[in-house]
Design a protein around this ligand. Structure first.
Ligand code: ATP
Length: 302
C-alpha cells in the first residue's frame, strides 16, 4: 500500500466530557489502512465514546477525527465505514434479508445482499424475522449490515459480546477471511484472547487516555511483565510486595504469584529472604497481567 494513502483513522487531540466526567481526555492516534486493531480497556475507559466520535455520532469538545482523509460524516456518506454498535436495534417486522436489502439500498455500490449475508455467516437466517433471533444471531445480522456497503473501514464495538464460544470462533473466521483483502478493522473487546489472536495492534485505554499502544508483544513488554510462581513457606504478602521490581503479588496458602518488571532481581531477593522457596516457575506475563498493570498504573497517577 502506498505511503501517500491517507490513514484509515487519524485522531488529534480528541476530547469529550459529559458534565463532570471526562470520557475521552485528549487522544492522538493514527491507524494505517489495512491494520486490524483491538481497542481494550476496563468499563468506562472511553472506548465507545471514541468509537462514536470516529463514526461522527458524537461531536468532540476539542480535537478532530479524520477518516480516510475525510470527516466522519463524509466517510459514512460515501459508504467507506461499516459499523457494528453495541445496541443497534433491528426492525422487528422485516426478515433478515429485507433488513440487509433496505440498508443496501442506502448505498451507491453495495455488495449483493446474499454475499453480505454469507460473509457474515448469516445466510441461514435470511428468511427469519429479526425479532425471533437470539442475541448472537442478531450480532451476525448487524455484521452483515456493516459489510453490505463493502466498506474500507470496519468499526465494531464489542461485536462478540452476545455470542457463545463456537459462534465467536465462526465470527472471527469470517472476519479474518474478509480482512485478508486489506480492509481496516477497529474492534473494541473485553476478551483479551480475541485481541491476542486477531489484532495486529492493541490499544489499551484507561480513564479516557491511551495507556499502551503496540503489538501484543510490545504491550506485554511495556507492562514489564514476567510472572513468578513459587511455594514459599511462611511468606507474607507485604514482604513479597516489598521485594525489588514487584508490581503485584498474590498469596494463597503458601503459593505465591508475583508479577515483576525485572524477574532476575526479584528472584535473587526472594531467595535471600525466603531460602525455603521451592517449585519456582517464571513465565512471560500474559496480556491480562499487562492489562491489569497498565490500568492500575495509570489510575495511580491520576
Ligand atoms: N451519553 C453520556 N452521558 C453521560 N456520560 C456518559 C455518556 N456516554 C459515556 N459516558 C461516560 O463516559 C465514560 C466513558 O464511557 P464509554 O462508554 O466511552 O466507556 P467504554 O470504555 O466504552 O466502557 P464499556 O466497556 O463499559 O462499554 C463513562 O464514565 C461513562 O459513564
Amino acid at each position: 500500500m502506498s505511503s501517500t494513502n491517507p490513514p484509515a483513522i487519524a485522531l488529534t487531540g480528541l476530547r469529550k466530557t459529559y458534565g463532570q466526567v471526562t470520557a475521552v481526555d485528549g487522544i492522538d492516534l493514527t491507524i494505517r489502512q489495512g491494520e486490524v486493531v483491538a481497542l481494550l480497556g476496563p468499563n468506562g475507559a472511553g472506548k465507545s465514546t471514541t468509537i462514536d466520535m470516529i463514526l461522527g455520532l458524537t461531536t468532540p469538545d476539542a480535537g478532530q477525527a479524520r477518516i480516510l482523509g475525510r470527516t466522519p460524516t463524509a466517510a459514512i456518506h460515501d459508504g467507506a465505514i461499516g459499523a457494528m454498535l453495541q445496541n443497534g436495534t433491528l426492525l422487528d417486522d422485516l426478515t433478515v434479508a429485507e433488513t440487509v436489502r433496505l440498508v443496501a439500498s442506502l448505498h451507491r455500490t453495495p455488495l449483493p445482499v446474499d454475499h453480505a449475508l454469507r460473509r457474515a455467516g448469516a445466510a441461514d437466517l435470511a428468511d427469519r424475522r429479526a425479532n425471533r433471533l437470539s442475541g448472537g444471531q442478531q450480532q451476525r445480522v448487524r455484521f452483515a449490515i456493516a459489510l453490505v456497503s463493502d466498506p474500507d473501514l470496519l468499526v465494531l464495538d464489542e461485536p462478540t459480546a452476545a455470542m457463545d464460544p463456537a459462534t465467536r470462533r465462526d465470527f472471527w473466521k469470517a472476519m479474518y477471511e474478509d480482512t485478508t483483502r486489506g480492509r481496516t478493522v477497529l474492534f473494541a473487546t473485553h476478551y483479551l484472547e480475541e485481541a491476542e489472536e486477531y489484532a495486529d495492534r492493541v490499544i489499551l485505554m484507561n480513564a479516557g487516555r491511551i495507556a499502551a499502544d503496540g503489538t501484543v508483544a510490545e504491550v506485554r513488554a511495556a507492562a514489564g511483565g514476567r510472572t513468578l510462581r513459587a511455594a514459599i513457606p511462611g511468606a507474607r504478602q507485604d514482604d513479597l510486595l516489598a521485594l525489588p521490581a514487584v508490581t503485584h503479588a498474590t498469596l494463597r496458602d503458601d503459593r505465591a504469584e508475583i508479577t515483576s518488571a525485572d524477574s532476575d532481581t526479584t528472584l535473587r531477593a526472594l531467595l535471600a529472604h525466603y531460602p525455603a522457596a521451592r517449585d519456582i516457575e517464571i513465565a512471560a506475563a500474559g496480556l491480562e497481567t499487562a492489562f491489569l498493570n497498565l490500568t492500575t498504573a495509570t489510575e495511580a497517577t491520576r
